[in-house]
Design a protein around this ligand. Structure first.
Ligand code: FMN
Length: 333
């Protein structure tokens, strides 16, 4: 047990969150994380209709009695309608969800709905300023998604730990380090900085419960922190993705479009066949890694295996405790 402000807030054993991941953050993975003492997340956008999302919540409730989170991405590329988002939040309140993780754009329009549904609200923040403003607006916790993060990283180019340290020093609500953390050393380091826990994506991709083809997991094992690129920079939703054929092609289309003076909307139209979420969903099933974009973080350099979710969490906790206990052993005389 590692007790922090975050474990108290969420009623969990370990300050480890499996954060939202399109197509992968589904009950099979998220319930395993919650059952192992961390807290799992499912993404609203993994289901095409509200009815299917309601079924997913029922499935979660049948697989775990522990708290879990629902991710609501507000990214223009993933965003559903206002009406669906508000109805989904209400449903989460009715179906015993513990918390909502919002990401990508300002969650302010939905804060009242989340509060009315009696849900804890955590927002993924790209920097110190946004984090402070979220605390002032009454959020319960913040994730700091720094430059290393898979998915939408901080566009400021600042690493997770610098932002997390500044936030932890100046804020009262729990601060969660999210980006580039993949083992117990990272958890220990985050706690030493004053963060109350960590949220991870890439490490949880390489678990037996993650519904992804083993080719993608092998790709993560075979590649390092140097094998990601930033994409979709001019279309307004910058992503950190693995450096595969699809990423290179998406960036070539973007560079060519810029040279030709195309507008972001025109570039997006040309890129769409390469970056569409449906291509990624199909690649996760077929195992054709190069055929679609695939979010991974610099944390890829720290992932060398595929293990069960319980092993990931147990090993991380043990390693963090050992690291914290034996830190002085790293000093030399
Ligand atoms: C495969 C994958 C898909 C992701 N999809 C989403 C998403 O749909 N919405 C979201 O808010 N974040 C998404 N993320 C970002 C994660 O929630 C998290 O912020 C990020 O993975 C943290 O960095 P890490 O990979 O170093 O742990 C995704 C990350 C990965 C690896």
């Amino acid at each position: 047990m590692i007790k922090t402000k975050l474990t108290d807030l969420l009623g969990i054993e370990y300050p480890i969150i499996q954060s939202g991941m399109q197509w992968l953050a589904v009950p099979q993975l998220a319930s395993a994380v919650s059952n192992a003492g961390g807290i799992g997340t499912i993404n609203l956008t993994c289901w095409p209709t509200l009815e299917e999302f309601a079924d997913a919540l029922d499935e979660m409730n049948s697989l775990t009695s522990k708290p879990y989170i629902v991710n609501i991405s507000l990214a223009p590329s993933q965003r559903t309608t206002d009406e669906i988002i508000r109805a989904a939040i209400k449903l989460c309140g009715e179906k015993h969800v513990a918390a909502i993780e919002t990401s990508a754009e300002s969650p302010v329009p939905y804060m009242e709905d989340i509060r009315a549904a009696k849900l804890i609200h955590i927002h993924k923040c790209p920097n110190y300023k946004v984090s402070l403003s979220m605390e002032r607006k009454g959020l319960d916790a913040v994730y700091i998604a720094g430059y290393e993060a898979g998915g939408h990283p901080s566009a400021d180019g600042v690493g997770t730990f610098v932002i997390a340290r500044r936030c932890a020093a100046d804020m009262k609500i729990p601060v969660v380090a999210c980006g580039g953390v993949a083992d117990g050393h990272g958890l220990a380091a985050a706690l030493c900085l004053g963060a109350s826990g960590v949220a991870m994506g890439t490490r949880f991709v390489n678990t037996t419960e993650c519904p992804i083809h083993h080719n993608h997991q092998q790709w993560i094992i075979d590649h390092t922190e140097k094998d990601t690129v930033l994409a979709q920079r001019v279309v307004g939703s910058m992503m950190r993705i693995t450096k595969n054929n699809a990423a290179m092609l998406a960036n070539e289309i973007e560079d060519r479009g810029l040279r030709m003076g195309l507008s972001p909307a025109e570039i997006l139209k040309q890129q769409f066949p390469v970056i569409s979420g449906d291509m990624t969903r199909r690649a996760f099933i077929s195992g054709d890694v190069g055929s679609a974009t695939f979010c991974t973080s610099m944390g890829m350099g720290l992932v060398h295996d595929v293990k069960s979710v319980k092993e990931v969490i147990d090993d991380m906790v043990k390693e963090a405790e050992e690291t914290l206990d034996s830190c002085k052993a790293y000093f030399v005389d």
